[in-house]
Design a protein around this ligand. Structure first.
Ligand code: ATP
Length: 358
């Protein structure tokens, strides 16, 4: 049965260095949950604490309502898939998958059937008698997946399982993993530093930075409503533009940008002072009547959209994407333009706290 994984104020220290700084998470049974963040932010550390490979220096790790801080790894109801597959080179594909079942004392007569079923699930049934060195990287990763699934764990933990594969295979395998996870409904915690992979595969994502959780949300919420400038900058492309906010009336706050452009937006509560606008390339548009003056320095036609690099008067560059279905022609390099913001879509942040205020 799939477990909920509840993490309460989890702390991990390596000597004086705090790798996890009081992390709180609630992962639902059957959920596909991803830990995403730059190298060194503590993703693997947290995953290994959930697996039981790392001690817990503060707080609690629970499966459902049971605290498992001190439960040995092999007694936790988990399956694990690593970046380097960690399959046994001297065993065949079928023997690799059977290994975990034997260790779990599965009745002998049930093992061949379960192995066959698991190999069919990851579509490598025909390779069952091969040794790992006779398999491609993608096939080896499927063996590792089958071996993790076959023991029907309550929680499946995956640490960058696709990072050794080439780009095309990575995309194929992530779709395969997502489908399999949906079908089996196993609570899955997945570690990656690849934001596109995280957006594509997850029900929800936790974005981490330096041992802290910066935001938890669905891929859509993380992309469209970043709660701070770190998440806005880490996920997708963001154009950050400084502004002066006059928001005594939060219903009609005025954002003044470099005395060159002023726009009105809604804020959550009154705020006046230095602000930052974060705009995705598709949230900028050309507007001759009101906008930041600049010049096109590069236009790139990419089929469904045109990517423009625009240099503002102060030297800052912005990326603006225009969908080709909405326009007739590509604007030439060197053209003087004005750039405005889709104010209902962009995020506005307090420059001091870097937290969202819109
Ligand atoms: P990556 O994407 O590079 O794998 P990560 O987010 O998984 O990064 P962790 O491996 O969890 O990061 O490491 C978090 C921090 O803890 C890093 O700064 C790392 O150097 C440090 N760290 C990890 N393991 C140890 C250890 N055994 N001793 C000391 N410091 C460690």
């Amino acid at each position: 049965m799939s477990h909920a994984v509840i993490i309460k104020k989890a702390v991990k220290k390596y000597g004086n260095f705090t790798a996890l700084n009081g992390v709180d998470l609630e992962i639902q049974p059957g959920e596909f949950f991803t830990l995403l963040g730059p190298s060194g932010c503590g993703k693997t550390t947290l995953l290994r604490m959930i697996a039981g490979f790392n001690s817990v220096d503060g707080g609690e790790i629970c499966f459902d309502d049971k605290v498992i801080n001190n439960l040995e790894a092999h007694k936790r109801d988990i399956g694990m898939v690593f970046q380097n597959y960690a399959i046994f080179p001297h065993l065949t594909v079928a023997e690799n998958v059977a290994y975990g079942l034997k260790a779990k004392k599965c009745p002998k007569d049930q093992i061949p059937g379960k192995v066959e079923e698991a190999l069919e699930l990851v579509q490598i049934g025909q390779l069952k008698d091969r040794k790992p060195n006779e398999l491609s990287g993608g096939q080896q990763q499927r063996v590792a997946l089958a071996r993790a699934f076959v023991i029907e764990p309550g929680v499946l933990l995956m640490d960058e399982p696709l990072s050794n594969l080439d780009a095309k295979l990575r995309v194929q395998m992530r779709t395969a993993i997502k489908k399999l996870q949906r079908r089996l409904g196993i609570t899955t915690i997945y570690v990656t530093h690849d934001q596109e992979e995280a957006l594509a595969i997850s029900d929800r994502i936790a974005v981490m930075k330096e041992g802290n959780i910066m935001q938890v949300g669905t891929p859509e919420a993380i992309y469209k409503k970043p709660e701070n400038t770190f998440v806005a900058g880490f996920i997708g492309v963001s154009n950050f533009v400084e502004c002066e906010v006059d928001g005594k009336n939060p219903e009609a706050a005025v954002l003044n940008i470099k005395d060159e452009c002023s726009i009105t937006c809604k804020l959550k509560k009154p705020f006046s002072g230095k602000g930052i606008i974060s705009a995705r390339p598709e949230q900028l548009f050309f507007d001759e009547s009101n906008g930041l003056p600049g010049k096109i320095v590069m236009s790139t036609f990419l089929g469904d959209f045109i990517e423009y690099e625009i240099e503002l008067n102060n030297g800052q560059t912005l990326q603006l994407n225009e969908y080709t279905k909405d326009v007739q022609t590509v604007r030439p390099d060197g053209e003087n333009v004005k750039v405005n913001f889709d104010i209902n879509a962009v995020g506005v942040y307090d420059a001091a706290t870097q937290e969202v205020i819109s």
